[in-house]
Design a protein around this ligand. Structure first.
Ligand SMILES: [Zn+2]
Length: 274
């Protein structure tokens, strides 16, 4: 879908006030998927500022012994989250809570599981509808850690994240940029079906988000840097040119982190292209 509500801007902010589409100064229009457009409850600019503000609280230690166990815990959390039908965004948020928490708290390795499960409970309260939010009783059956100890761990985790349960993960930024548009009618797209290309950029970007979440070496980048690299990597896989357009620079107010983008593309090549 292309925004046709032209000249309907917030003053000084280049998003359409009707549908939220990013309006580039070059006049190139974003192409978006109809089903991913929702009613505008907040200005896109405010949403982006809020995410940028929140991402400052993602603090990870790259020397924590926890990193040795991280991959196994992440696979486990994905399995449990999927069995409990929580959103992918909840799982990503839970992992960011776990990463921040286990980077700082001193807890025996055998109780890492408890932190992972509690992180899922906390994330669900922020990302799921109120009725779908998890309680400790929903996750207690996945561990031998006693219920009362899980309740203590919940307080320890909340303390370790300064009670800031809302996290800005790369997937949050990605969802934002997909919703305002990150493919333009001025892009060179090899396939004739442009809507399909837009859908595939979203799917590949989400795939890169899952792929990079599992690799702790990507924790050195900010959530937004990662999200922009997912989009660029998705565009690269689909041969959309340019990799990073002037419209994307204008929208994101930044250039792509090429090192980050190349690192994730080479991870993808190694694992999937042989
Ligand atoms: Zn519009």
């Amino acid at each position: 879908m292309i925004c046709t509500h032209s000249k309907n801007y917030h003053k000084g902010i280049k998003f359409c006030t009707v549908c939220g589409a990013f309006l580039s100064s070059s006049g190139s229009k974003t192409i978006r998927e109809q089903e991913f457009l929702s009613e505008l409850h907040f200005s896109p600019k405010d949403v982006l500022n809020e995410l940028r503000d929140l991402q400052r609280f993602n603090r990870f230690s790259m020397s924590s012994p926890y990193l040795l166990y991280r991959k196994v815990l992440i696979e486990w959390i994905f399995e449990i989250g999927e069995s409990l039908n929580v959103k992918v965004l909840t799982i990503h948020s839970a992992i960011y809570i776990m990463d921040t928490s286990l980077s700082t708290i001193d807890i025996p390795v055998v109780q890492y599981q408890g932190v992972a499960l509690i992180s899922l409970v906390i994330a669900s309260k922020c990302e799921e509808l109120i009725d779908d939010a998890l309680e400790i009783k929903d996750i207690a059956r996945f561990t031998k850690i006693p219920y009362n100890r899980l309740k203590q761990i919940e307080l320890e985790v909340l303390d370790s994240i300064d009670w800031r349960a809302h996290r800005a993960t790369p997937l949050h930024f990605l969802e934002f940029y997909i919703s305002v548009g990150c493919v333009f009618d001025s892009d060179t797209i090899k396939t004739k079906d442009k809507s399909k290309a837009v859908r595939n950029v979203r799917k590949y970007s989400q795939f890169f988000a899952d792929l990079c979440l599992q690799e702790s070496s990507f924790l050195v980048y900010s959530a937004e840097e990662l999200a922009l690299s997912f989009i660029a990597s998705g565009r690269k896989v689909l041969n959309i040119e340019p990799l990073w357009s002037s419209e994307l620079t204008e929208l994101t107010q930044t250039n792509l982190n090429l090192e980050c983008c190349e690192k994730m593309y080479s991870l993808y090549s190694q694992q999937f292209l042989g």
